[in-house]
Ligand binder design. Sequence first.
Ligand SMILES: [Zn+2]
Length: 646
Amino acid sequence: MNTLSVLAFAAIAAYSSADVGRVQLKGRLGERLDTMIKRHVAACDVDYITAPFMEKTETKGWWQTEFWGKWMHSAVPYLRYLENGAGQGAEAASLRRKIDRGVERMLASQEACGYIGNYPDELRCGEGWDVWGMKYTMMGLMHYYDGERETGNGERAQRALAACRRLCDYVIAEIGPGGRRGRELWQTGNWSGYASSSILEPVMWLYKRTGEKKYLDFAEYIIKGMSEPEAGPRLVDLALKGVSVADRNGYGNKPESHGGYVMKHNRWKSYEMMSCYQGLLDYVEVKRGGVDSGGVESARVGDILRAAVMTAEDIVREEINLAGGCACSEAWFHGARKQHLPYLRLQETCVTTTWMRFCEKLLSMTDDPKWADQIERTFYNAYLGALRLDGAEFAGYTPLSGNRYHGQHHCYMHTDCCTANGPRGFLCFLREMFRVKDDTATFNFYGSALVDGATADGRKVAFDMYSLYPRANSVRIVSHTETRLPVRFRIPGWCGKAYVKLNGTALDVSCGGYFTIDREWRLGDIVDIKFEMPVIAHVLDHNVAFTRGPVLLARDSRFNDGDMTEPLRKGIEDGAQMCGFAEVRVPTDDMWMAFSATLPIGSHHENPEGALPSTVFFCDYASAGDTWKRDDFYRTWFPVEYGPAE
Ligand SMILES: [Zn+2]
């Protein structure tokens, strides 16, 4: 590497997967996080999820080997979160023991050839989810490496990194360029190469941590497979042509159309596709960081970044619903325009979590707050809606109308892809809530929290934040900072007007994007922010739904206030600000927010007792159906009546 690239490499290596942000979350969100860590992440039976690696009994080509790596993705940063907080000593110590024990078992299971997995030799690196499993194992080992390195356990960190290297070397030898298996990496696994190609992400992580050129070369080989073969993933050219994510089949591949869970040649799988872009963005990050010096290579890197951004923008336009979720039966389907209809298996939690990760990466690389808008909407709705109230589990699918329930057990194990993926999503919210980067502090999300950080030259930055947001529309931020620096406050894209006061004096605010206060901060400075947060109607094909700020509203059978399928009268315009909604006390502590709404609802226009508006109740979408009981059902889209001329 030249001098420039060495410098860039050092900067990139500073990124850590153990990062949990510098936030201690309080209030209702803090409670939800605490219970999830306690009852889900820290309660994990690590012997159970590492057993497949020791037993090696796989014959069906399934994905038992993804669970440990996914767990490590959340266990390591949440251990940091517990250790940063006060009074969590025993819980943190127990989680630490589990993390250490899991790694020891994983290392013990590694074969002389470097393989870590549960497939017999004849089935390795072929059909099924073996490469996918190794992807998660590599990530798990690097989560451990990051966590240990930063806490000074250099020897343990190096052992994990060495095992990760050997595993990656094994993959390179088997299905890398000229590999022993005689097939290309993208030809293995499912979904036109998406699943296996997504190993690019940990390969880039490994390059960032070792600086070894062979891993960057391997990444280039994977990207070639992702972009060039006719029948391959085609993640760059189809995106640049503007082909919507749901329409990428039929370009050189022969997709199956049976709608099943697993297909060999099909490009509609949401989770796996986005996971590939995640790795591509890591590659762009390295190249932009200085290794790349311009010219043809630079144009190619620019194409890859544009392909990722265009794909994400297409997902927002075509797929994301008002709950910030997407995918039917795990596939893209132009879901934004079909969200009022009862499509099956909506909003797989794997998709929800991966979408949040994709947006987080785009936010960090583009500094465009529209990606924070997306994380916010998904987090408060689809994400929290999937997290069971007691924190112990995530739903597999979460309909927009219906009720909530467990995912199914996968691969003969007492877990599934979604509940394993769930805790990773909260990290995106936590990490991006408050950041100090390039000597600028940024608030992306609001709630009750203590946040802190430091500038590059070591000046301390800290604030207390008090807010019931998004139940309430105001935030108070109190400074514990005594230095000069710009602090940015995100004004959400949905907000038409925001009011900001500094120590009681109103400031001029333009909406959308970041609002900056650059000053010599003093202890006790107070920033008050108020967002206009009216209820907005959304009309789609004779159906209507309502949002308030980032939150989708739902009727819930626990309100016991009549037939939820009763039509609303015609005349509500798309985008209209609704009057007649008022916040009320929640009928049960299970619910976060409740609103009464007086609406033109019902099937009789003729007589006053039928024609007058009626009062019904709404809660936030995440609270709807959150008892996970069959008799607790909810609805977000409501039919609008038809007239004789339609
Ligand atoms: Zn899943």
